[in-house]
Design a protein around this ligand. Structure first.
Ligand code: PLP
Length: 432
C-alpha cells in the first residue's frame, strides 16, 4: 500500500508552528528551509545560494518530491482505464489532487478543474475552445498593458484568425491599472476581459474582484491569469466570481508539467474539446465520436499523473503553512526589499509601493545592463532574472528594454535581501 506520508495532515505539520516576533508573523524558518534541500546547495565555489527567482519557478519541498517518488514506487499505472489494483489506486490519487485543487481555490466542484500543462496551456485552451466557438469577427477583447506573453499571444493568434479586436487597459506611471480607462473600454462591449491577478514584473496586485464585477455588469466574461497569485496569497474563485482562472503548479512548490484551468461549469459544458484522443471521449464509432463529461472532455491522452499527485502534495504543504501567512511573510520582505534597495545610487524600482504589491521587485540600475547585473550577482551566488520577463509590451510602456527582477517566496529571508544589496554594491564597484 502507498503510505499516507506524502499527504501530510495540515494540522500535524511541524512547519505550521508560527513564530511571533515584533508584531510580525514569520515562519519557523530553520525548519522551513530544511524542507527545501536545494536551498543548501553551494554555487560558484562554495557560495550560499540566494534564490530570488521564484516568479520564474519555485523550489520544491521534500514532501512534494517524496509524493511523486512514492507514486512511482508504489502506485504507478495509467489512470481512468485499467481495472486492476494499481490503476484504481493511481486514479484515486490523481482525482484526490483534483479535489484538493478545487478546495484550495474555492471551486465548488472538482469537475471545474481541468489539468493542463501550465498557465500558458490553460489560456490557450480558452482561446481555442471558447474563443473559436463564440467570438465573431469584429468582437472585442480587453487585455492589459501588464500581461505576460502567455496572456497576449493566444489572443493575438485568435485576433489574426478571426478578426477579433484587442484593446489594452492602460498601466499608470505607478504601475497600476488605470481603472477609469478600464471603465471607458468596457463601454465598447467586449466579450472577454483577460487580465493578470498579479504582475510578474511590477508585482502589482490587481483588484480582481472589482474588475470581474465591472466586466460582468458590462456583459463580458473574464479570464484571470493567476500564475503569480495562487502561489502567493489566498484565492477564492467563487468569491471572485471568475469565469476562467489559470495557474501553474511549478510556481507554487509543485512540479513542472502540470497546470490548472478553472472554468465556470456552464461555460465548460458549452465549450468544444481542445484536443482529441483517448480519455476525452464517451464513444467512438466509424462515423464519429461523442465527448466525455467535464473535466475529462478537455484532457486528451495520458496526463502528467505523478505531477498531478505532486501538485496535491504542494497544496497540502502550502495549506499547512497558511496562505495568509505566506502573503504576510512576502509582504514584509517586499517592504524590506524597498528599504535595502532604494538607497542604492542609480537604482529605480518599477511598480507600486510595497503595500500594493506582492513579492516581486523589478528594478533598473543606471548605466548598467540587467544582464551584466544578473551575471555579477550570480557569481555571488544570487539568482535573479534579467530581461523582459516575457512582458515585452510592458517594458515598452516604461521605455525599457529590460529590467532585473528579484522575486520572493516563503523560503526567502531578510538575509537574502541583505545579500542582494551587497551584491548590487559589488556590481556598481565593477562598473566604476
Ligand atoms: N502568467 C504570468 C503572470 C506568469 O508570470 C507566467 C510565468 O512566468 C505565466 C503566465 C506563464 O506560466 P507558465 O510558463 O507556467 O505557463
Amino acid at each position: 500500500m502507498v503510505s499516507d506520508e506524502f499527504s501530510p495532515n495540515p494540522t500535524e505539520n511541524p512547519l505550521t508552528q508560527i513564530v511571533f516576533t515584533s508584531n510580525m508573523i514569520s515562519f519557523n524558518q530553520e525548519e522551513l528551509l530544511s524542507q527545501f534541500p536545494i536551498l543548501s546547495v553551494k554555487v560558484h565555489s562554495n557560495k550560499r545560494l540566494v534564490y530570488l527567482d521564484s516568479a520564474a519557478t519555485s523550489q520544491k519541498p521534500e514532501v512534494v518530491m517524496r509524493a511523486m517518488n512514492d507514486f512511482y514506487e508504489h502506485a504507478n499505472a495509467n489512470i481512468h482505464r485499467g481495472i486492476h489494483a494499481l490503476a484504481e489506486l493511481a486514479t484515486e490519487m490523481y482525482e484526490k489532487s483534483r479535489q484538493k485543487t478545487a478546495d484550495f481555490i474555492g471551486a465548488s466542484d472538482a469537475s471545474q478543474i481541468i489539468f493542463t500543462r501550465n498557465t500558458t496551456e490553460s489560456i490557450n485552451l480558452v482561446a481555442y475552445s471558447w474563443g473559436r466557438k463564440f467570438l465573431e469577427t469584429g468582437e472585442r477583447i480587453l487585455l492589459t498593458q501588464m500581461e505576460h506573453h502567455s496572456n497576449l499571444v493566444p489572443w493575438y493568434m485568435l485576433a489574426e484568425e478571426r478578426g477579433v479586436k484587442i484593446d489594452f487597459i492602460r498601466v499608470t506611471d505607478e504601475g497600476e491599472l488605470d481603472l477609469e480607462h478600464y471603465q471607458q473600454l468596457l463601454q465598447t462591449q467586449p466579450a472577454l476581459v483577460a487580465f493578470t491577478h498579479m504582475s510578474n514584473v511590477l508585482g502589482t496586485i490587481n483588484p480582481a474582484k472589482e474588475m470581474i464585477d465591472l466586466a460582468h455588469q458590462a456583459g463580458a466574461l473574464t479570464l484571470v491569469d493567476g500564475a503569480q497569485a495562487v502561489p502567493h496569497f489566498p484565492v477564492d474563485v467563487t468569491d471572485l466570481n471568475a469565469d476562467f482562472y489559470a495557474f501553474s503548479a511549478h510556481k507554487m512548490c509543485g512540479p513542472n508539467g502540470i497546470g490548472v484551468l478553472y472554468g465556470r461549469k456552464k461555460l465548460l459544458l458549452e465549450m468544444p474539446p481542445f484536443m482529441g484522443g483517448g480519455d476525452m471521449i464517451k464513444k467512438v464509432t466509424f462515423e464519429g465520436f461523442s465527448t466525455n463529461s467535464i473535466p475529462y472532455k478537455f484532457e486528451a491522452g495520458t496526463p502528467a499523473i505523478a505531477e498531478g499527485i505532486g501538485l496535491g502534495a504542494a497544496i497540502d504543504f502550502l495549506t499547512s503553512m497558511g496562505m495568509q501567512n505566506v502573503f504576510d511573510h512576502e509582504s514584509e520582505l517586499a517592504a524590506y526589499a524597498f528599504e535595502v534597495l532604494t538607497p542604492i545610487p542609480g537604482l529605480a524600482i518599477i511598480g507600486p509601493a510595497p503595500d500594493r504589491r506582492g513579492g516581486v521587485v523589478s528594478f533598473t540600475l543606471q548605466g548598467i545592463h540587467p544582464h551584466d547585473i544578473a551575471q555579477i550577482l550570480d557569481r555571488e551566488g544570487i539568482a535573479v532574472r534579467a530581461g523582459h520577463h516575457c512582458a515585452m509590451p510592458l517594458h515598452q510602456r516604461f521605455n525599457l528594454h529590460a529590467s532585473t527582477r528579484a522575486s520572493l517566496y516563503l523560503y526567502n529571508t531578510k538575509a537574502d535581501l541583505d545579500a542582494l544589496q551587497q551584491g548590487l554594491f559589488k556590481v556598481i564597484d565593477t562598473f566604476k
